[in-house]
Ligand binder design. Structure first.
Ligand code: ADE
Ligand code: ZN
Length: 327
């Protein structure tokens, strides 16, 4: 499973920071991270809102472009070793300079340089999706969209909102999404994770996204499932994340199989892998055990992901070629 080439469309850069990396950074800076780690050394949290708090506490150790350069290299190296050949990472100007454009440019240059090094060393290809954090509010989202407009290009190819899905309504963020769309960015948003089908409907209607992060709670509304299938909306499904955050009791109870059988375009990602003690290999192993999926089914997720990737056509074709079964 590790050797199988895999594509990951939904991963938060800070959320992929290995615990040892964050601990070392905190020690260098003399920062106190009490409450961030469990006794076994992994990240500790009790529910979704606490997870967001711990995420932000761990992220506070990352305070310079140099820190993000090291983080990006560590994350890409780990993902490449797990068989990931293409990764779209959520990048947040809010955490990289507080939404200031000049600062964001410096952070982004450091991230991009690290990605170029790892591409040379491991072959992994990366693109960035700029991420407003929903609970920071619509004004800050507009500042983030301005950063997105100024840095959209070959590397920054998407715009997608994360954070607390119950903070405000999608329509509050429509202006920021319009700014990103006008800059030529492709659009996604977290929805249908900690709010129900109505959140997915409102995101499609008001933000006009082509992909949905998670989207799994659409399963509670059969008409919406049919609409997702008909409209060709791609879901960035992160089953291990949903289970770790208490949305579903176990792998067999996860709706990914039902969504796939209903004809929805489904992909698999890890979200924040060390937080949820997972990797794409682990997701595939657990899913294929729960649903008796063979390698062709797993490959179909990657083909769907390649087709929905926010990348140029030449990159897409190269990815599809790498996904062909070896003779
Ligand atoms: N930020 C990092 N992980 C997230 C998740 N699973 N949902 C919303 N925002 C996030
Ligand atoms: Zn996410």
């Amino acid at each position: 499973m590790k050797d199988m080439p895999k594509i990951e469309l939904h991963l938060h850069l800070e959320g992929a920071a290995p615990p040892d990396f964050v601990r070392a950074l905190a020690a260098e800076k003399g920062m106190d991270l009490t409450g961030v780690f469990a006794p076994d050394g992994c990240y500790a949290f009790t529910d979704f809102l606490h997870f967001l708090q711990v995420y932000e506490a761990a992220t506070a150790t990352l305070a310079s472009p140099g820190d993000y350069h090291r983080l990006t290299r560590a994350v890409l190296k780990e993902r490449a070793a797990d068989g990931v050949i293409y990764l779209e990472a959520f990048l947040s100007p809010d955490f990289c300079g507080g939404g200031d454009l000049a600062a964001w440019r410096e952070y982004l240059a450091a991230i991009e340089e690290a990605a170029a090094i790892e591409r040379r060393e491991t072959g992994i290809e990366m693109r960035g999706i700029i991420t407003p954090v929903r609970h920071f509010g619509p004004d800050q989202a507009r500042r983030t969209a301005a950063c997105a407009q100024e840095t959209a290009g070959d590397f920054i190819t998407g715009f997608g909102m994360g954070g607390d899905e119950n903070a405000g309504k999608p329509a509050d963020f429509a202006y920021a999404f319009d700014m990103a769309r006008e800059a030529g960015l492709r659009l996604t948003t977290h929805a249908g994770e900690f709010a129900g089908p109505e959140s997915v409907r409102a995101s499609l209607r008001d933000l006009r996204v082509e992909r949905i992060g998670h989207g799994v709670r659409a399963i509670e509304d059969p008409a919406l499932v049919a609409e997702l299938a008909d409209e060709g909306i791609t879901l960035e499904v992160c089953p291990g994340s949903n289970i770790a955050l208490g949305l579903y009791s176990d792998w067999a109870a996860h709706p990914i199989n039902a969504l796939r059988e209903a004809g929805v375009r489904v992909t698999v990602s890890t979200d924040d892998p060390p937080f949820f003690r997972t990797s794409l290999t682990r997701e595939y192993e657990a899913l294929s055990e729960a649903f008796r999926w063979d390698e062709d089914v797993l490959r179909s997720f990657n083909i769907t992901a390649a087709n929905a990737a926010f990348c140029d056509q030449a990159t897409r074709e190269a990815l599809l070629k790498k996904l062909e079964p070896s003779p």
